[in-house]
Design a protein around this ligand. Structure first.
Ligand code: HEC
Ligand code: HEC
Length: 244
């Protein structure tokens, strides 16, 4: 291995190693912890109500459902009932009354914590964000976490291809702000390239992530990449009028 390749490997792995465990909140702000994913943009622009709902979700719901709603938390093993995967696309399609009914039925013994009606409304308005993007496989939120651990070192905080390891590469990492696959929302191709590595890959280029990632992780990280386009979408909201 050349010394340049060795330095690169150290840098990439070092960055991944200090980003902390998968379960730590990869967010800045009140519910956040320090990690290199903290500065990463959120996949969608949240309304004020959804931002409040996000804090409620992180503080109250995430202990069981996981920060990204996937239900793969440490608590899962201790809960007799199966946790739903709230990032499933069906949750993005429910209107707010349907979501409220599902929530009430599942948490019949009352809200998991003492939440006001306003806080419940806020947290329910945030739930469709867990299923974003509505029309493509994968969870952009989980992808954000993966990007912060494995991609940021080369592709950078703003996806512009100028991460700390980029200088050691002979090929400049793709700038996702102007990438044609991202612009076309060609998630199938993004998954393939991420999995197999770029077609004309050479030694100091991008690893084939298929060696390390399962299919779901590949879909998740692909779902996150459009975040770096200039105009981010507003967050999806459940249709219909809020309950109460
Ligand atoms: C103590 C663990 C726990 C906490 C905390 C918790 N949940 Fe749940 N949640 C569950 C379990 C378990 C189920 C599945 C219940 C069932 O199948 O009957 C569930 C189901 C749901 C469902 C219904 C999904 C469906 O398709 O029927 C929604 C929506 C939901 N939770 C939202 C929330 C929100 C929002 C919060 C925070 C305010 C929250 N949960 C907090 C354990 C929890
Ligand atoms: C070691 C540095 C490095 C890391 C880490 C890295 N990449 Fe790359 N990536 C590159 C380089 C360099 C290119 C451009 C390759 C070329 O054009 O030959 C690239 C290109 C790509 C492309 C191609 C885009 C297109 O339109 O052709 C995708 C998609 C991609 N990377 C996704 C990712 C994802 C997702 C991760 C994290 C899981 C990641 N990369 C991590 C260096 C890296």
């Amino acid at each position: 291995m050349t010394s340049r390749a060795a330095r690169l490997l150290t840098l990439v792995l070092g960055v991944a190693a200090c980003s902390g465990p998968q379960t730590s909140p990869a967010d800045s702000g009140p519910d956040g912890s320090a990690s290199n994913a903290a500065d990463l943009p959120f996949p969608v622009r949240l309304s004020a109500e959804q931002s409040k709902g996000r804090r409620v979700f992180a503080g109250v719901c995430a202990s069981c459902h996981g920060l990204d709603g996937r239900g793969d938390t440490l608590a899962t093993g201790e809960i007799a009932k199966d946790l739903p995967d709230l990032s499933e696309k069906q949750y993005g399609r429910l209107d707010s009354a349907q979501l409220a009914a599902r929530f009430a039925a599942a948490h019949r013994t009352g809200a998991p914590a003492r939440l006001t009606a306003g806080q419940i409304r806020e947290v329910l308005s945030y739930l469709p964000v867990l299923a974003y993007p509505p029309d493509a496989p994968g969870s952009a939120l989980d992808g954000r976490r993966l990007y912060g651990r494995y991609c940021i070192s080369c592709h950078g905080v703003h996806g512009e291809g100028n991460g700390p390891a980029a200088a050691l590469l002979s090929t400049r990492p793709t700038n996702f702000a102007y990438d044609t696959l991202v612009a076309a929302r060609d998630f199938g191709a993004l998954v393939r390239v991420t999995r197999d590595g770029p077609a004309h890959a050479h030694v100091s280029s991008m690893p084939a992530w298929g060696l390390f990632f399962n299919a779901r992780m590949l879909q998740d990280v692909a779902a996150y990449l459009p975040t770096f386009e200039r105009d981010r979408e507003a967050a999806p909201s459940s249709s219909g009028s809020p309950p109460g």
